[in-house]
Design a protein around this ligand. Sequence first.
Ligand SMILES: Nc1ncnc2c1ncn2[C@@H]1O[C@H](COP(=O)(O)OP(=O)(O)OP(=O)(O)O)[C@@H](O)[C@H]1O
Length: 227
Amino acid sequence: MDDTPLIQLNGVSRSFVSKTAALDILHKADLSIQPGETIAILGASGIGKSTLLNIIGTLDKPDTGNLLFRGEQILGYNDEKLAAFRNQNIGFVFQFHYLLQGFTAVENVMLPGLISGKSKKTIEKHAANMLERVELGARIEYRVEDLSGGEQQRVAIARALVMAPALLLADEPTGNLDQQNSQAVHQLLKELNREMGMTIVVVTHNSDLAGLMDRRLTLKNGKIVPA
Ligand SMILES: Nc1ncnc2c1ncn2[C@@H]1O[C@H](COP(=O)(O)OP(=O)(O)OP(=O)(O)O)[C@@H](O)[C@H]1O
């Protein structure tokens, strides 16, 4: 059986220098994530959760250390290759969904597919299926600004998943939603992990969502440790 981790951070360091201090967010930190695992990253504000998520998602680069995806070093990729890599392998969901206003739900969900160069017809079908999957089949032609907050976040999840990425990264995906909508999104993430075998790493303050994940991690003295 192939037990290559989906993600490996080896000896990763990342610090920021402010006017008053140097912040060692990660210091020679290690992390290994198996395919299909679900992980919550917890911890106090400013501890470095988003920084860690951004490094895993190649949106930020460590100062030193290695990042491997299925055993392959990816930090050496140029920007173009990295963008294509992200498009094919990683879906992102943020607290604020960054949907394109003025466009319909299905147009928003199609976007990653159009960037990938797939045929419009194929990607439209995938996008409509994904919107069905997040129970927005009756809303595919709605402009996103006419949808509720919870519906908009489900459109964002459909967009993150339309390329069937191996890895879904979510930063406070329900931070902006009421309890009922939050619970619906939590269940959806768990179901998608079960159905698609998708690996999920989520930054959250929400204990319900953290409790649904396989592992809970936090940062301590620059290391990634069990929460
Ligand atoms: N590009 C940057 N330049 C300088 N400092 C930064 C930068 N990015 C993050 N930081 C600092 O690093 C620390 C960790 O930030 P990060 O956003 O990762 O924390 P967090 O745990 O996600 O916080 P929150 O829960 O409030 O979102 C913070 O003190 C932040 O101000």
